[in-house]
Ligand binder design. Structure first.
Ligand SMILES: Cc1cc2nc3c(=O)[nH]c(=O)nc-3n(C[C@H](O)[C@H](O)[C@H](O)COP(=O)(O)OP(=O)(O)OC[C@H]3O[C@@H](n4cnc5c(N)ncnc54)[C@H](O)[C@@H]3O)c2cc1C
Length: 503
């Protein structure tokens, strides 16, 4: 490979975290390049596949108007929900069973709103998420779930907007360039060895930001760290996040941190392809399960489908599906709830069975014990507390009594034909284990908790934020906040560090 000019800051990856790191380093006045393993067409990592919802702290519609154009009449006539700093803390601590790192979560939460405003200044654009996070209640539009805004064009739109800005600001992007190891002299990281279009080469830099994802796309690492069976999960996003950034950093003595056996994994179309497909990235979503009962091959329920809004349970329920016989389950609905299903349920490539009676559906359900299924439905139907009114825009408390597992909200007897069942398996989104970083500079710490000169990390590579579960919309905001921190941390270090001596 032809020698490449040294750069001040080299960013590995080209997802949201990498782009935020590169842009904030560039704005600090240093030269920046990015290495992307994928081709131009496939570039952008999981960020490109993301739905685009973003969970940041806000307390009023005025905060939202700093980020998106919301006309005054729309602002007044809508209930925008809220996600105050306190509410964000409560959610993050609750879903992570109080394991989230206090310093990292404080940075994430308290810098999230200013981060969104900065993102807008970098060319990203946001719109209200009417489609999937709001409903009309008593004639008024009401948001729920605490993330009323989404990136315009989803994650793909966000990556495209930030890439345009990066190119405009003179950031060089090397595609089809897979980093394979760090250049390290025992004291400082001095660059990256990479394979570019099949040829090995070196990229020298005064600081390196690793923002190249977790190990979700690597079946061998999934089995090693998440456990047996995880090699069978479908990958929801990119095929390029193989854990290489983590490996490179661990090889030079970086400190691992966080929930290495933890992951974000959801109920996903049963026959989805092995990896995500960017053009059809939404087709396999099956997030309407709180309105369903989910049954396994034995015909039994196995989770509280209505424990909370999907955005607080979906990231952990994929693992529950993976545990079932054959790694599949069905979400069963009747005609009453069908109009409330997200639009993907009506799309193409959907594993769907329909019956005009429950008995007919039971006979059709591939790989399910019909008698077990019918018994489950009978017990469930008679356990629903129908005296409590149904309201899908709030946690309505319309649950079940006397069955295990219970269904805590949105329970409706399955009694109105036609009945429908949707086949799902486990789709992994990303892994939680990562590196230990300094929350103020993004610098990677070594095994003795000392910063490694010249090495920074952001995005999925940061360990210690998510444990067991995840509040929806936090991945992109984590990439944003820690990408900015790492980019400006690396740039600041470069400005005070003498240039590399010639060997
Ligand atoms: C289907 C789906 C929907 C999602 N929806 C949302 C959502 O709505 N809201 C939300 O907040 N989060 C969502 N997420 C999660 C979110 O996308 C991720 O948490 C976030 O994008 C991670 O950003 P990142 O920059 O750390 O990693 P990525 O975006 O995955 O970027 C990693 C980059 O590193 C590159 N790379 C990997 N290895 C190498 C190497 N060795 N050398 C060079 N480059 C390399 C990859 O090609 C890629 O460009 C979703 C994820 C998926 C898969």
């Amino acid at each position: 490979m032809k020698a490449v000019q040294p750069f001040d800051v080299l960013v590995v990856g080209k997802g949201n975290a990498a782009l935020c790191a590169a842009l904030s380093a560039r704005d600090a006045g240093v030269t920046v390049a990015m290495l992307e393993a994928a081709t131009v067409e496939e570039s952008g990592g999981n960020s490109r596949f993301a739905g685009g919802v973003m969970r940041f702290a806000y307390s009023s519609v005025e905060d939202l108007q700093k980020i998106a154009d919301i006309p005054e009449d729309e602002a007044k006539n809508t209930d925008w929900d809220s996600n105050t700093i306190e509410e964000f803390y409560d959610d993050l601590y609750r879903v992570t069973s109080f394991r989230t790192d206090p310093d990292l979560s404080e940075a994430l939460i308290t810098k999230s709103l200013e981060g969104m405003v900065w993102l807008r200044s970098q060319g990203a654009s946001f719109v209200p998420n009417y489609g999937s996070q709001s409903a009309i209640v008593n004639g008024r539009r009401v948001f729920f779930g605490r993330f009323p805004l989404t990136a315009n064009g989803g994650g793909a739109g966000l990556v495209e907007d930030l890439t345009k800005t990066a190119v405009k600001k003179g950031i060089e992007i090397f595609y089809e360039t897979r980093a394979i190891s760090l250049i390290y002299d025992g004291e400082r990281v001095l660059g990256v060895r990479a394979k570019r279009q099949g040829k090995l080469g070196e990229f020298h830099a005064r600081a390196v930001v690793l923002a190249c994802g977790g190990f979700e796309s690597n079946p061998e690492w999934r089995t090693r760290y998440l456990g047996p069976g995880w090699e069978l999960a479908k990958v929801r996003g990119t095929r390029h996040n193989l854990g290489e950034g983590l490996r490179m950093a661990l090889e030079i003595g970086a400190c691992p941190y966080g929930n290495w056996s933890g992951r974000h994994a959801v109920s996903w179309e049963r026959h989805a392809p092995e990896f995500g497909e960017v053009e059809r990235s939404h087709d396999p979503y099956r997030h309407s399960y709180p309105l369903s009962i989910m049954i396994n091959a034995e015909g039994k329920r196995f989770v509280d489908e209505g424990a909370d809004f999907y955005n607080y349970t979906y990231a952990k329920y994929g693992a529950e599906v993976l545990k079932q016989t054959g790694q599949y389950a069905y979400q069963v609905f009747d005609a009453k709830t069908k109009p409330l299903l997200k639009q993907e349920y009506g799309g193409r490539n959907v594993t769907r069975f329909t019956g005009s009676t429950l008995e007919e559906l039971a006979e059709k359900l591939e790989g399910v014990d019909p008698q077990g299924f019918l018994k489950t439905v009978r017990e469930y139907n008679s356990a629903v507390r129908t005296e409590v009114p149904f309201n899908h825009a709030v946690r309505d408390g319309r649950g079940t009594a006397g069955i295990e597992p219970p269904k805590s909200n949105w329970a409706n007897p399955l009694d109105t034909p036609p009945f429908e069942a949707y086949g799902v398996t486990c789709g992994i989104t990303f892994t939680f284990g990562g590196l230990r970083i300094n929350h103020e500079s993004g610098q990677v710490l070594d095994l003795g908790y000392e910063p490694i000169p010249g090495l920074y990390a952001a995005g999925e590579m940061v360990g210690g934020i998510f444990y067991f579960n995840y509040p929806a919309g936090t991945g992109l905001v984590s990439g944003l906040v820690f990408g900015r921190i790492a980019g400006s941390g690396a740039a600041a270090a470069v400005q005070v560090t003498p240039a590399r001596k010639k060997a």
